[in-house]
Design a protein around this ligand. Structure first.
Ligand SMILES: [Zn+2]
Length: 94
């Protein structure tokens, strides 16, 4: 999970990598012999690894890896409420 400062740093790179990947053809990918895609993707992968220490294998899943999207912690059991708009806790039911 990414904190908001981490997300603010990575989201522009992720968006650029996603957009660039959409515009590149398979011929480009084969010619450049890059497995995952593009210079923007490589830049994102390097920055993601620098911040998290983890390999960004499939960047599309990272759109959901923000702590802020999990909602605040439940005041009874301290587990995340799962969404920012949750009206009750799915874990303890309160
Ligand atoms: Zn709870």
């Amino acid at each position: 999970m990414l904190s908001e400062p981490e997300w603010e740093c990575l989201s522009p790179l992720l968006e650029r990598a996603t957009n660039e990947r959409k515009t590149k053809t398979m011929a480009y990918l084969r010619r450049e012999k890059v497995a995952r895609g593009t210079p923007a993707q490589d830049e994102f992968d390097a920055r993601y690894f620098e911040i998290t220490g983890r390999d960004a294998r499939e960047a599309v899943h990272l759109w959901h890896h923000r702590i802020a999207l999990q909602g605040s912690p439940c005041r009874f059991c301290n587990k995340p409420l799962r969404t920012p708009n949750a009206s009750y806790c799915a874990a303890c039911g309160r």
